[in-house]
Design a protein around this ligand. Structure first.
Ligand code: SF4
Ligand code: SF4
Ligand code: SF4
Length: 264
């Protein structure tokens, strides 16, 4: 299928993680109308029609992942096995019937309980606007006495979270995102990865009252992720009035109350 430069320019404005999918959908749309060339007008018409179609959905939840599983060099975790278990939990929670009853009509995308997985802190799958977001991360430890003062860690840390003192490296916790770049480059083991797992965030959403997700657990293994998700889903069902997103429920309950109920 041929694309005019103007149509290609419109496609480039689509976020990269859905661009391939949008290209395919627009080409299918054009082919079904006997077209062999996509113009700017075609792109805009297809976008409008596809959006209308996508506005209604049958499912009560959605799970999004980043491309880390396809071999991204930044990936710290491999979520495929956990992903299957998370989907099992979501299916068992029967969110589709639950939300249909709460909403009192067909479900739209903005009603869905959204889970997002990213395999590293770069968060390409938009975990910050998901109801339940996860990103792979490490826990590092410092052995200051082993430092050779080569400064390689300072060069790779994009967060400027490291400084070298006479005694060795110091990590500024509030800046460090636990990406592990410094532990991978450190030649002496002065910066060392000691654990790997998932950071858990909850309550992110867009819409009229957007809210960025809040970290509830800094580092969890698979079993803990599942346990936390089960509790979050229980509260979500108990406190849901009209199909609102988890973030709205957290705002109503207050963060401390919500957090206590999840972690108790
Ligand atoms: S979140 Fe990290 S691992 Fe996943 S695609 Fe982005 S950079 Fe790669
Ligand atoms: S783990 Fe990443 S963010 Fe943290 S200090 Fe090392 S390189 Fe910087
Ligand atoms: S990379 Fe390791 S050895 Fe080099 S300065 Fe940093 S902590 Fe020290």
């Amino acid at each position: 299928m041929e694309w005019t430069p103007e149509a290609e320019a419109w496609l480039k404005r689509v976020p990269f993680w859905v661009r391939k999918r949008v290209r395919r959908a627009v080409e299918d749309w054009a082919a079904s109308r006997g077209k062999t060339r996509i113009t700017e007008a075609d792109f805009l018409k297809a976008r409008e029609e596809l959006r209308d179609k996508a506005a209604e959905t049958g499912e009560g939840y959605t799970v999004e992942t980043c491309f880390g599983g396809a071999g991204c060099k930044n990936a710290l975790t491999d979520s495929a096995p956990l992903l299957r278990r998370v989907e099992d939990l979501l299916r068992k929670a029967d969110l589709t019937s639950f939300l249909r009853e709460k909403v009192g009509g067909p479900l739209k995308h903005h009603h869905q309980f959204r889970v997002a997985f990213s395999e590293c802190p770069n968060a390409c799958s938009r975990i910050h606007i998901a109801d339940f977001g996860l990103n792979g991360r490490i826990r590092l430890e410092v052995e200051p006495g082993l430092c050779s003062f080569c400064e390689s860690c300072l060069e790779v840390c994009e967060e400027e979270a490291l400084r070298l003192t006479e005694a060795g490296p110091v990590v500024e916790e509030t800046r460090c995102v636990a990406c592990g770049a410094c532990t991978r480059i450190c030649p002496t083991g002065a910066l060392r990865e000691v654990e790997r797992g998932y950071r858990i965030l909850v309550g992110g959403k867009l819409g009229r009252r957007p809210r960025l997700a809040t970290e509830i657990v800094p580092l969890a293994r698979e079993e803990e992720v599942l346990r936390i998700l089960e509790r979050v889903l229980r509260i979500y069902r108990e406190e849901n009035r009209r199909g609102e997103r988890l973030g709205a429920i957290i705002e109503r309950l207050g963060w401390e109350e919500f957090r206590k109920r999840v972690l108790e």
